[in-house]
Design a protein around this ligand. Structure first.
Ligand SMILES: Cc1cc2nc3c(=O)[nH]c(=O)nc-3n(C[C@H](O)[C@H](O)[C@H](O)COP(=O)(O)OP(=O)(O)OC[C@H]3O[C@@H](n4cnc5c(N)ncnc54)[C@H](O)[C@@H]3O)c2cc1C
Length: 380
């Protein structure tokens, strides 16, 4: 495949290699993992063996020494598993749980958490959302009380991806009694005494492990403070742009795959003596959907190009997240329609893809929050 900016030939070679791995090792199990509402932990080890849990991380920590463009290729290609839940579990580990440790962690924290995470030996989760605080991050109520040698944590996180299986949870806590953004800190909480998880069942992303995590008087040692005390909000903000780009890239990958498979179906399925694609209404629908895939890809890749060039493309990333998540859901619905009754059957790929795509406009900052950010960025 010819490369187009911001990707080079090297990235396209990586894409082919990841695609082969995904089609050989992951996609054949997608249906089973969805039914079992779980994908095995060994997936992390398999990914690590291919170097896929550390594409953007330095070699000294076991990473591949690449950058965000290499990671972007992975984000797009994971969609080809055909299981949004499996892609989400892997994505949470590489795109939201480990980046704060890489950027803000001490050397000792990197050795203890980042190195085994890249090796697929420890699985990470990011715990911000709570039953009483989602979009309004500043309203979190999980408390960390200072004690000799560390903190004692009490509270509850919810909707946490990898929340049952994670060995460590990068957790947002309140370290002062003041309200607002100030007084949030991050602690790396290891699974152990006082930490309990309960699995949640969902509309889509069935294979991913989503949980409520309770912390009951959990002692967290001093050395597990990540970044500066009371400056945790900065840490949240630091990775938001990448998290949202990763979601946009995932949507672009999922849309491209659904289009290819639906076009193939439309060429093969006969109705009224000709293939579905021989009917103008269906042909035009597929033309519109191809335009949507292309538009989403262009907007996302433009935001990505700016991001890797070191700009702070808040507006462009926010627009990419806003545009792609809703467009992806709408495309899945249209593709399902083209499949007719087959599209409504449980575990048909498009039935799953349509359910999986519903999360996009909610997670990682909802559509409404994206519009709020854009409103401010546009001076409104
Ligand atoms: C499957 C799944 C996986 C997730 N994984 C993680 C994870 O790994 N870690 C983690 O920390 N969180 C995770 N989340 C949480 C996710 O980020 C939140 O669900 C999301 O931020 C929205 O928060 P909320 O659900 O509390 O909704 P709320 O904030 O309660 O919002 C409810 C509705 O009100 C709207 N709304 C809120 N504020 C405004 C406003 N000012 N103006 C207009 N409308 C507004 C929202 O857009 C939404 O439509 C996950 C969620 C799901 C469903």
């Amino acid at each position: 495949m010819a490369s187009t900016p911001p990707f080079s030939d090297e990235h396209e070679q990586l894409r082919q290699s990841i695609r082969g791995f995904v089609e050989r090792e992951l996609a054949p199990h997608a249906q089973q993992w969805e039914q079992e509402r779980w994908f095995p932990d060994e997936v992390f080890a398999k990914m690590a063996a291919q170097g896929l849990l550390g594409l953007k991380y330095p070699e000294e920590y076991g990473g591949q020494g690449g950058d965000y463009l290499h990671e972007a290729v992975l984000c797009e290609e994971l969609a080809r598993i055909g299981s949004g839940g499996t892609a989400a579990g892997i994505g949470a580990h590489v795109n939201i749980a480990t980046p704060p440790i890489w950027k803000f962690g001490s050397e000792e924290q990197k050795q203890r958490y980042l190195v085994p995470a890249i090796a697929g030996e420890k699985i990470g989760a990011l715990g911000i959302t709570e039953p009483g605080a989602g979009s309004d991050v500043a309203a979190i109520a999980t408390r960390a009380e200072r004690v000799d040698g560390g903190w004692v944590v009490g509270g509850e996180k919810t909707y946490i991806t990898n929340g049952v299986r994670a060995h460590f949870i990068v957790t947002a806590v309140k370290t002062t009694r003041d309200g607002g953004h100030h007084g949030i800190s991050f602690l790396i909480v290891e699974r152990g005494e006082g930490v309990s998880s309960s699995a949640l069942h969902k509309l889509g992303w069935q294979a991913s492990d989503t949980a409520t995590i309770s912390f009951q008087d959990v002692f967290v040692p001093e050395e597990n403070l990540l970044g500066e005390l009371n400056e945790g909000f900065k840490l949240i903000m630091a990775n938001f742009q990448w998290e949202r780009l990763a979601m946009a890239l995932g949507a672009v990958g999922a849309m491209a795959l659904a289009w290819e498979r639906t076009a193939q179906f439309a060429r093969e399925r006969q109705a009224f003596g000709r293939p579905l694609s021989g009917h103008q209404a269906i042909r035009h629908k597929l033309a519109d959907l191809a335009t949507s895939v292309y538009t989403c890809r262009c907007v996302t890749h433009d935001a990505l190009r700016r991001f890797v060039a070191g700009e702070e493309p808040l507006k462009e990333v926010t627009m990419a997240k806003l545009l792609t998540q809703r467009a992806c859901f709408e495309l899945m619905d249209e593709c399902l329609q083209i499949h007719g009754g087959a599209g409504y059957m449980r575990e048909h790929f498009i039935e799953r893809a349509a359910r999986d795509a519903r999360l996009g406009p909610i997670g990682g900052g909802s559509d409404e929050i994206m519009r709020e950010i854009l409103g401010r960025a546009l001076g409104l």
